[in-house]
Every structure is written in structure tokens, then in C-alpha cells.
Design a protein around this ligand. Structure first.
Ligand code: SF4
Length: 341
């Protein structure tokens, strides 16, 4: 029996959006067969003392029966409860009048909403016309029900000015004052996103550190940890140790709607697949999980960070990265170019 708590997130319901920055990667929405949730928990139950079950890994509460679904997730969990996090479906908020009541009943103090600039940029990045207006409507709805909105903006070279305009809009809407009236602060922050899934494809337009608008600097998440690619290239180019992501005591597994199993380290691409719950024996899957024995991690152990940097990095680039995101960029670029052992 494994003492490590396990969290399992299953893509039971899919997602209404196709965001250009989606770190998980775009996947088709597909209904899983009835009883899939119970069957999946049953596979792991003999081996773990604590299992937190989540029926979503993309958009929370995207399924129409979200109330019953939340009760079911709690009932299926073993020895612990799933968390709610400060997340919700803005798609559902503007379509289902009862959904905000549900969030209120759960006493969620704050909900995070993602923007990519103003209307044109946000609609294009989310992949749906009307997304920006829905986010504004969701903001108002949340405030009316005593829930603070938190706005995050994803910053690239092409939407710098639009995010400055978004900051201005948050001031026009007096979101700070209105959140204060609810007893908390309004948070607005921007960042460049991770280097996984769809966001990795945005490398050509990744924000240059010296191009971050001055107005946004106070709102840049972890700015003190932000480096240019050139700085990281220079300090890593001789490193002989590998970069190997690891669960390190926090085991979170993602289950795709075709039963493929993944760690939560990075995107859900074939090289990161642990196996398939339907076609691989559970004991073999548990061995791969415990030994972190999957193609991507085997490849990661076989190459130094210095080699990755020299092979895939750009020594003269001022693109902005946190170290973890750049490590992930280098490794995933390597894997995508066939660097599998
Ligand atoms: S980022 Fe979230 S909302 Fe956007 S496509 Fe990915 S899972 Fe869906």
C-alpha cells in the first residue's frame, strides 16, 4: 500500500475552448463510457490509502450535471477530498443562471479568469468569438454574488499593448475598489505562460524581456525570477547534470478520455505517456509510475542540461523565461526532434 497521496484528474467532460496557450495541448472532447470514473478509482484503490478524484482536467464544471458531479467526485475519493481551487467555467457562468449560486454555496472567495488582451486578441486566443464579452459578463456576475474575480493575462510580443489596455479597463471598471468592498483585493497579473502544449508553439512570439511594457512590470508574475534566454544559455551551457522532472512526493495523474495515463509534469503527448489504463496491466503501470520509467524521462536522463542548451537554445535571444519554463522548453524541443532513447 502506497503512503503517497494520489490525485487523479480524468478528462470526463472536455473543454469548450481551444486556447492558443493551452499547456495541456488540444484534445478532442469525447464522452467516456458510463462508470469510467468508478472503474478508474477501483484500479488504484488497492494500492493507495488516499485518492482525490477529479472528473475534470481541462474546464471545471463543463458537464451539465456539475452539482451531482461534484458530489460524485467527493464520494469516489478515498481517505481525502478533492479541492475546488479558485477556478470555474466562465462558459457556464454566462449560460447557466444557477451556476454562480453553486459557486457561492461552495464559498469560493475568488475565481481566476484568463485574458489575452482586449476583445480581438482574447477571442482569437481562446478560439471562440464572444469569449472576451463572456469574461467581462462573468466578472460582473461574480462580483454581484460576492466572489472576487482575478484577472490573469498571457503576454506575448503581439499583445503587449492590448494587455496594457486591459489593465486600463480593470481600472475603469473599478475592480480594486469593488473587490475591497467584498473584503479582499483584486489581483491582476501577467506572465508568458509555460513552455508546454500549445504555448510552446508561441516561442517565435514569446515576449522579449526588454519589451515588457513599463506599465505591466509591477504586475508581472515572479518578475524577479525572469531571465532572458541568453542569460540562461550562458549559465547552463556547460552544465553536465540532466534536467529530469519528477513527482517528488506529489503524485498527480492525468487520464485522457481514451484512458491514456500521464504524470502532470507537462503536456499530454505520446512521449510522456505512462501507458493506457485499458490495455496495460495496472501493476506494470504502477511500476512505471514508481520508477518514473517512461520514454520522455528516460530520454531526459540521457542528456545533460548543457547539451540541451547548446543544441536547442538561442544564445542571442532576449525572450523571457523562468528557469523551469526554459528547462521544459529545451527538453520538449529535444523530444519533438526525435530525442527519445
Ligand atoms: S487552457 Fe484551459 S480553457 Fe483553454 S483550452 Fe486548455 S484546458 Fe481549455
Amino acid at each position: 500500500m502506497n503512503k503517497l497521496p494520489l490525485a487523479i484528474a480524468v478528462d470526463l467532460c472536455g473543454c469548450p475552448n481551444r486556447c492558443l496557450h493551452c499547456w495541456l495541448g488540444h484534445m478532442p472532447n469525447r464522452d467516456m463510457e458510463p462508470g469510467a470514473d468508478e472503474w478508474i478509482v477501483g484500479l488504484f484503490r488497492p494500492y493507495f490509502q488516499q485518492i482525490a478524484f477529479y472528473s475534470w482536467l481541462r474546464e471545471p464544471d463543463f458537464c451539465p450535471d456539475y452539482r451531482a458531479r461534484w458530489e460524485r467526485d467527493k464520494a469516489l475519493s478515498v481517505g481525502c477530498q478533492p479541492e475546488r481551487f479558485e477556478l470555474a467555467s466562465f462558459w457556464r457562468l454566462v449560460r447557466d443562471p444557477d451556476y454562480v449560486n453553486f459557486l457561492e454555496e461552495l464559498r469560493i472567495p475568488c475565481v481566476q479568469l484568463s485574458f489575452f488582451g482586449m476583445e480581438a486578441e482574447t477571442d482569437r486566443y481562446v478560439g471562440r468569438r464572444g469569449a472576451f464579452r463572456e469574461l467581462l459578463e462573468a466578472t460582473e456576475l461574480l462580483l454581484r454574488h460576492g466572489i472576487r474575480p482575478r484577472w490573469q493575462g498571457f503576454l506575448n510580443e503581439e499583445n503587449r499593448e492590448a494587455l496594457v489596455a486591459l489593465l486600463g479597463l480593470s481600472r475603469e471598471l473599478e475592480l480594486s475598489q469593488r473587490c475591497e468592498a467584498l473584503g479582499g483585493e483584486f489581483r491582476f497579473f501577467v506572465h508568458a505562460g509555460s513552455c508546454e502544449g500549445e504555448n510552446r508553439r508561441l516561442y517565435p512570439i514569446r515576449i522579449r524581456k526588454d519589451h515588457i511594457p513599463a506599465e505591466l512590470l509591477p504586475y508581472f508574475l515572479n518578475y524577479d525570477r525572469l531571465h532572458t534566454e541568453a542569460e540562461l544559455w550562458e549559465s547552463w551551457r556547460e552544465l553536465s547534470s540532466p534536467y529530469v522532472p519528477s513527482a517528488r512526493g506529489q503524485l498527480v495523474l492525468y487520464v485522457a478520455n481514451n484512458y491514456d495515463l500521464f504524470f502532470n509534469f507537462t503536456h499530454m503527448r505520446p512521449e510522456w505517456r505512462i501507458g493506457n489504463l485499458k490495455s496495460d496491466p495496472i501493476k506494470e503501470l504502477l511500476r512505471r509510475i514508481t520508477e518514473e520509467d517512461i520514454p520522455a524521462l528516460r530520454a531526459a536522463r540521457g542528456i545533460s542540461l548543457g547539451e540541451l542548451t547548446r543544441r536547442w537554445g538561442a544564445p542571442d535571444s532576449t525572450r523571457a523565461f523562468e528557469p523551469e519554463d526554459y528547462q521544459s522548453y529545451l527538453l520538449n524541443t529535444h523530444l519533438e526532434h526525435g530525442g527519445i532513447l
